[in-house]
Design a protein around this ligand. Structure first.
Ligand SMILES: CC(C)(COP(=O)(O)OP(=O)(O)OC[C@H]1O[C@@H](n2cnc3c(N)ncnc32)[C@H](O)[C@@H]1OP(=O)(O)O)[C@@H](O)C(=O)NCCC(=O)NCCS
Length: 175
């Protein structure tokens, strides 16, 4: 894991990473940081297998959700960004985020997750950076999310503010 850590923790590396960016025709597939054998790929186009996603969410201890509903949520998301480890011909889903949106002003980010084997290396930050960049490219300026208490500082470091100007997120749940 130290390879990825060093890759994402120095200024030089981010230049290297940028020079390694590979874009497809629609500008949605990029790869960051490669050795001869290993690449991390970010994609908005690759199809995400629901069982792979469930396995990823299991790995961080999230409660299981009905796959039928997860499929609908993904289909109706504005942005779905997946992160993959490519080792030779083998591909593994290692990260995920998605956003819903009104396509004009607002987007809300959901289901941000990095597999524990790959945490602490800067990949979560990169996943969020790319999520925000893509939303900004769509001219969406109001980006919100709901942070679990243990990740508030993770998002704060990325520029998210809790309760800006006293605004509170409010929730309604069925009884
Ligand atoms: C939260 C999560 C996405 C972070 O991913 P990651 O790849 O481990 O994070 P990174 O390595 O990119 O960390 C980037 C920075 O955030 C910091 N950070 C990471 N997790 C943090 C946390 N839980 N709280 C505060 N800071 C955190 C890192 O120290 C690092 O700081 P630096 O830039 O000063 O070095 C990942 O831990 C995860 O998937 N957790 C389980 C699922 C989850 O809780 N998702 C959020 C739901 S709201």
């Amino acid at each position: 894991m130290s390879f990825w850590k060093s890759l994402f923790s120095t200024a030089d590396v981010s230049t290297t990473a940028r020079s390694n960016v590979v874009l497809n025709g629609t500008d949605t597939l990029s790869s960051i940081g490669n050795t001869n054998e290993q690449q991390i790929i970010f994609s908005t186009e690759r199809e995400v297998d629901l069982y792979d996603l469930e396995e990823l969410c299991d790995a961080v201890g999230w409660a299981r959700r009905p796959l039928r509903k997860v499929k609908t949520a993904i289909q109706n998301s504005f942005l779905v960004l997946s992160m993959w480890e490519q080792k030779g011909k083998k591909t593994r889903l290692i990260g995920f985020s998605r956003a819903t949106s009104d396509h004009a002003f607002n987007a809300t980010v959901w289901d941000v997750v990095v597999h524990p084997d790959f945490q602490g290396c800067g990949l979560g930050k990169e996943l969020m950076r790319q999520t925000i960049e893509r939303l900004r490219r769509a001219d969406i300026s109001n980006i919100t999310l709901f942070a679990d208490p243990q990740v508030v500082d993770f998002y704060r470091n990325l520029g998210f503010m809790p309760d800006p100007e006293g605004i509170k997120g409010m929730f309604w749940y069925p009884d």
